[in-house]
Ligand binder design. Structure first.
Ligand code: GLN
Length: 491
């Protein structure tokens, strides 16, 4: 029997499992051992789910022996601890939900289970997915496998770090303003935010419902495409899912970059990029051009510059409503000290939520209050519409828009903690995409000062296939996605 190579991609594992080279059980055991060995350095998980993983692996082995094939049967995966898992606590990275054990699975979790995936654990995140560094987790920060003194990005930092460290080949994140793409960039892997409405949000702990989507992380485009194919599609439990069939997202993989019309908005490249980031992106653009893509640097998205302001009104407004449910009565943490109902409720919220979450609730409550609603929330919604229309106009004669994923590479732990605005600026390039509801992917595009840089490709609504075609072609030509971080133990 060949040795299990834990650095393999999901599709490589799937082929070995089908061929009977090793069992799903053996793969699960080896994966759990590596993940456990890496945890002291990374803290990528809030909860490891060994029992669930081994039971799923045994079930996968039965299916494999019966000759079933599928891209995820027996393949290990990590799930951001924002998605409900039946019988497994789901914390959202918050003290507020520390004791919360859901009695149902999120639709995405149920689909992964039905597809035969093996859930290794619930990955660390910023509290309620609010943040860009995973430092706002109530369970301690995750560390970047490229440099353990640096952040992995966020909010899906645990999901990104464990894939980058070769703990698991695949993981699931969520992206409200960049939380899949930015950690993918900072950890040197691929991460895709699907079109709004492409993937069910049922069973995902809500932050800003009109902006967020669940999406895949992986180490090559094929894995990301296959995982998206499993989780995407309409869901009768989420009325915002689009009633559209799910295509084969690898269908255009042979087509290369030739003929793609790529808009490069100069405004994004002039925005104070960190050392080496602009150079890496220019080199990526040169690869696209050499391979026959048509680069257009005249495209502009004038209102995208207002996207951050729009986001920090709309997202906190929705958060203030969504988080009103945590009152110490219905879910999770509850504080009683014999006070009045109101006093206990206030204490529960005061002690249960961290500082960034409180900041968002206050911002949102303010923006929605009488007298300020028109001036802030309504105006933000109007600008949101303008930003969406500008994207639509740009996509009338472009197939892709290309930017850096993040203005900088991974920053040091603690560096931006005391400056919320500096933290918010991380998402300068990713947030406009959530405002427009478009799909986008981050692909490894080289290194600056030894740290990964991400290339950000944005597409038309429901054209994830084009993003993946380009990501596959670019990654195959450059091989940046094959680089392995040095900082974590291998087994
Ligand atoms: N960093 C952004 C925020 O803090 C985006 C988070 C996300 O995408 N969930 O809101």
């Amino acid at each position: 029997m060949p040795e299990i190579d834990l650095d393999a991609t999901a599709h490589e594992h799937a082929a070995h499992l089908r061929a009977g080279d090793y069992t799903a059980r053996a793969l699960a055991e080896a994966t759990l051992a590596r993940v456990q060995a890496q945890e002291p350095a990374l803290n990528a998980y809030i909860t490891l789910t060994e029992e669930r993983a081994l039971a799923q692996a045994d079930a996968a082995d039965v299916r494999l022996r019966a000759g079933e094939s599928g891209p995820l049967i027996g393949v290990p995966i990590a799930i951001k601890d924002l998605l409900c898992t039946r019988g497994v606590r789901t914390t959202a990275g918050s003290h507020m939900l520390e004791p919360f054990v859901p009695f149902y699975d999120a639709t995405v979790v149920a689909r992964l289970d039905a597809a035969g995936a093996v859930t290794v654990g619930k990955a660390n995140l910023d509290e309620f997915a609010m943040g860009s560094s995973t430092e706002f987790s109530a369970f301690g920060p995750t560390h970047n496998p490229w440099d353990l003194d640096r952040v992995p990005g966020g909010s899906s930092g645990g999901s990104a770090a464990t894939v980058a460290a070769r703990g698991v080949p695949l993981s699931i994140g969520t992206d409200t303003g960049g939380s899949i793409r930015q950690p993918a960039a900072l950890c040197g892997i691929l991460g895709l935010k699907p079109t709004y409405g492409r993937v069910s949000r049922f069973g995902v702990v809500a932050f800003a419902s009109s902006l967020e989507q669940v999406g895949p992380f992986g180490r090559d485009a094929e894995d990301v495409a296959r995982l998206l194919g499993v989780i995407a599609g309409p869901d009768e439990r989420d009325a915002t899912t689009a009633p559209m069939p799910v295509p084969d997202y690898t269908a255009d993989f042979g087509r290369g970059l030739g003929g793609l019309r790529v808009g490069v908005p100069q405004q994004f490249l002039d925005r104070g990029l960190g050392p080496g980031v602009g150079e890496a992106i220019e080199q990526a653009i040169a690869v696209f051009e050499r391979e026959g893509a048509i680069i257009d640097r005249s495209v502009t998205l004038p209102s995208a510059d207002a996207a951050l302001a729009v986001y920090y009104l709309i997202a906190p407004s929705e958060a203030s409503a969504n988080l009103a449910r945590y009152d110490g009565v219905k879910y999770g943490f509850s504080y009683h000290e014999g006070g009045s109902v109101e006093e206990d409720m206030a204490e529960t919220r005061g002690r249960g939520f961290g500082s960034e979450v409180k900041r968002r609730i206050m911002l949102g409550t303010y923006a929605l209050s009488t007298g300020y609603y028109d001036a802030y929330y309504l105006k933000a919604q109007r600008v949101r519409t303008t930003i969406s229309r500008e994207f639509d106009a740009a996509f009338a004669d472009h197939d892709l828009i290309l930017t850096p994923t993040s203005p900088t590479t991974a920053f040091r732990l603690g560096e931006k903690l005391s400056d919320p605005y500096a933290m918010y600026l991380n998402d300068l390039f990713t947030i406009p995409v959530n405002i427009g509801g478009n799909p986008a992917i981050s692909v490894p595009a080289g290194f600056a000062e030894g740290l990964p840089v991400g290339l950000h490709l944005i597409g038309r609504h429901f054209e994830e296939g084009t993003l993946l075609r380009a990501a596959h072609a670019y990654a195959t030509l450059t091989d940046w996605h094959m680089r392995r971080p040095p900082a974590t133990p291998a087994s």
